[in-house]
Design a protein around this ligand. Structure first.
Ligand code: NAD
Ligand code: UDP
Length: 313
């Protein structure tokens, strides 16, 4: 039985990844400090193949007998946390990535590093393909996250070359679904909480900025497909995974108001500094390499999310 170590496995994406690995008969060890994750995200798991260890990846990993793959998913990811947890985030994506890579190196294992569309910053190329080097404000409020993810990628490339390791990097674009933290400040949990409570939806800026939202099951299938692809195809590669249906934040708010029984309206608040104006992945590479494409529409994904969403959780 193969052994996967999942950092950040008690978080939103990490916990869905754990489900998928257990379904495919992996033995799974989660390392999580519960900074933004919750034990409840894994409380539904009954499998004896899951071990959860409270561990901060800024510290050297615990000893393991054997490891086949390390999924490095740990990192706070909400822009609301970028200022309040700046140093923690920067170190999780630098020292934490080093520890994840060292663990993979020690066990001759594959490593899959979670990067982000934020490496493209406020993009001047649209849609963003993997060859685009981005436009990040290195001293701005998003820099501790954006730049540490960029460093994380650079370190992954360096380890791959220096130690001949099989390291793969996935650039994740905005993803949503059940188990998102309702309080973490990202746009879909905010809008859903507000709509369910009957509060007005807080649109930052004029709502003309765009994003493309990927449902979590699509994202996890993409990540797993990438991790399971043959070494000759995927080793050393970076890939965008996300949905290509680009909408404005105002359109997102309208869609949520259409799908929740609510009297809420919209209210406008200042746009945070360096908030990217546009974002949409070019997923040509994922389609060609993995025969992967997102399948769940925004309305279908939102309905699934709303069914399980509890703003008071
Ligand atoms: P999340 O906050 O739900 O999950 C992150 C998990 O990492 C949490 O369980 C948290 O407790 C844990 N963690 C944070 N710092 C840690 C540390 N120092 N040591 C151990 N554990 C730590 O966020 P998420 O949305 O599930 O994001 C997971 C990964 O995907 C992150 O690396 C994030 O940057 C990346 N990502 C997510 C999105 C998205 O839309 N959800 C987009 C781009 C990239
Ligand atoms: N946003 C918003 N209202 C909110 C939360 C976010 O209008 O209550 C906007 C935010 O300014 C950004 C977009 O929604 O333009 C997506 O924000 P999120 O924090 O989800 O992720 P980002 O893509 O910015 O990392």
């Amino acid at each position: 039985m193969e052994h996967a170590v999942v950092t950040g496995g008690a978080g939103f994406l990490g916990s869905h990844l754990v489900d998928s690995l257990l379904e495919d008969r992996y033995r799974v060890t989660v390392l999580d400090n519960y900074g933004s994750g919750r034990p409840e995200n894994l409380s539904h798991v009954e499998s004896s193949q899951l071990t959860v260890q409270k561990h901060d990846v800024r510290d050297t990993f615990p000893e393991f007998d054997d490891v086949d793959i390390v999924y490095h998913m740990a990192s706070r990811a909400s822009p609301d946390d970028f200022a309040s947890h700046a140093v923690e985030i920067a170190m999780t994506n630098s020292l934490g990535t080093k520890h994840a890579l060292e663990c993979a190196r020690e066990h001759n294992a594959c490593a899959l590093i979670a990067s982000t569309s934020e490496v493209y910053g406020n993009p001047e190329e649209h849609p963003q393909s993997e060859t685009y080097n981005g436009n990040v404000n290195i001293r701005g409020p998003r820099a501790p996250y954006d730049e540490s993810k960029r460093f994380s990628e650079a370190l992954a490339v360096a380890y791959g070359q220096r130690y001949s390791m099989d390291i793969r990097t996935v650039r994740i674009f905005n993803t949503y679904g059940p188990r998102m933290d309702p309080h973490d400040g990202r746009v879909i949990p905010n809008f859903l909480s507000q709509a369910i409570r009957g509060d007005d939806l807080t649109i930052y800026g004029d709502g003309s900025q765009t994003r493309s939202f990927c449902y979590v099951t699509d994202l996890i299938k993409g990540i797993r497909g990438f991790a399971d692809a043959s070494t000759s195809v995927a080793s050393g590669e970076v890939i965008n995974i996300g949905n290509t249906h680009e909408i404005t934040i105002e359109q997102l708010a309208e869609t949520i108001l259409d799908n929740v029984d609510t009297d809420s309206d919209m209210t406008y608040q200042p746009l945070p500094e360096d908030d990217p104006e546009i974002r949409k992945p070019d997923i040509t590479k994922a389609k060609q390499m993995l025969s992967w494409r997102p399948k769940v529409s925004l309305v279908e994904g939102l309905k699934n999310t709303i069914d399980e969403f509890d703003p008071d959780q």
